[in-house]
Design a binder for this molecule. Structure first.
Ligand code: SF4
Length: 282
C-alpha cells in the first residue's frame, strides 16, 4: 500500500507556535494534562485488557473508584457529539486542536462496532480537529475504516501502543495501513524496545512518523522505565527520521516526572511529525 513519506521531523518550537500557545487558554471541558494533545474525546468508554501494557490501566482504576465496571464498553450519553461543538468554536477563529480519541477505551474495540461509523462521520465533519487514534488492536483497523478512507483522512493520525518487543508486531500491522500520520506510543515502556529493524526495513520505509516515549505512572506497583531505554529509542528515531517525543519519565501519579526541565538534557526531546502541516484542512 502507498505510504506517506515525510521530511525529517521538526522541533516543536519551530512550528505551530500560535496553536500551542492557545492550548493552555482552552476554556472548554475535556482539557487534558497529556502533553502531546489538546483535548480528549471519549465517544465510548470501558475496555478489556490485551497485553502487559494494560496491567495498570488508569481507566480501570478510575472507573472502579466510581463503582463502575471498566470492562463494560458503553456509548457516552453526553460526549458523543462534542467535536461538532468544538468545530463550531474553532472554525471561525481558524484554529485547530489535537484530539486524543478514546483515552478511556480503544477506538477499535469490538464492542464499539455499532457506533464507530457514526463517530467516523463526526470526524469527517470536523476538519479543525486532528484526531490521534491510538489502539492496541491494530489487527482490526483495516476492516473497520470508513468506506471513503482512501489514503487516510487528512485529520486523522493512527497509532499503536507498543510497550515492549512482545507486541512489536503491532507496529508492522500499523505500517501496512494507509494514513496521513502513523505513530507509536511506547508508554508505559516496560522493557527495552527495538524498533530499528522495522524502521530500517525497506518494506516499511518511513512508514512510522512519530514515536512517543513514556514511563509508567501510578502506585507502588508501577514498573520503572530505565532512562537508557528511552535514550536508545531516541537514537533509533534519529537513524530513521522518526520524530521522538519524550512525554514523561514515570513515577508516582503526582510526581510522574513530566517536566523536561528536571530531566537529563539528552532526554529533553519533544518533536512532532513533519506531516502535521498536511494533516489539516485549511
Ligand atoms: S487498551 Fe488501553 S484502555 Fe483498554 S485496557 Fe488496555 S490500556 Fe486500558
Amino acid at each position: 500500500m502507498a505510504r506517506l513519506t515525510t521530511a525529517p521531523s521538526v522541533p516543536a518550537a519551530a512550528w505551530g507556535a500560535e496553536w500551542h500557545e492557545n492550548r493552555h487558554e482552552e476554556p472548554m471541558s475535556d482539557r487534558t494534562a497529556i502533553e502531546w494533545t489538546d483535548k480528549t474525546w471519549n465517544p465510548w468508554h470501558g475496555c478489556t485488557k490485551v497485553s502487559a501494557g494494560c496491567d495498570h490501566c488508569y481507566m480501570f482504576r478510575e472507573k472502579r473508584m466510581y463503582g463502575q465496571d471498566p470492562e463494560v464498553v458503553a456509548r457516552s450519553k453526553t460526549k458523543f457529539r462534542d467535536p461538532l461543538k468544538w468545530e463550531a468554536e474553532l472554525a471561525p477563529l481558524g484554529q485547530r486542536k489535537l484530539v486524543f480519541t478514546c483515552s478511556w477505551s480503544d477506538w477499535f474495540h469490538k464492542d464499539a462496532d455499532p457506533w464507530r461509523d457514526e463517530a467516523w462521520a463526526i470526524i469527517n465533519q470536523t476538519p479543525h480537529l486532528t484526531y490521534q487514534i491510538l489502539t492496541k488492536r491494530p489487527g482490526r483497523i483495516a476492516r473497520h475504516l470508513p468506506a471513503d478512507w482512501g489514503e487516510g483522512y487528512q485529520n486523522v493520525w493512527l497509532g499503536v501502543s507498543c510497550e515492549s518487543d512482545d507486541v512489536r508486531h503491532r507496529v508492522t500491522q500499523l505500517a501496512d495501513i494507509p494514513a496521513r500520520v502513523r505513530f507509536v506510543s511506547a508508554e508505559p515502556l516496560i522493557a527495552p524496545l527495538m524498533l530499528a529493524g522495522i524502521f530500517g526495513d525497506l518494506q516499511y520505509h518511513r512508514a512510522i512518523h512519530w514515536l512517543i516515549i513514556g514511563g509508567e505512572s501510578g502506585g507502588p506497583e508501577r514498573r520503572e522505565m530505565k532512562l537508557n531505554w528511552a535514550r536508545d529509542l531516541i537514537n533509533q528515531c534519529r537513524d530513521f527520521d522518526v520524530a521522538p517525543f519524550v512525554k514523561q519519565l514515570g513515577g508516582p501519579i503526582n510526581a510522574k516526572r513530566g517536566d523536561p526541565a528536571e530531566w537529563p538534557e539528552d532526554l529533553r526531546v519533544r518533536e512532532w511529525p513533519a506531516g502535521y502541516e498536511v494533516s489539516h484542512v485549511a
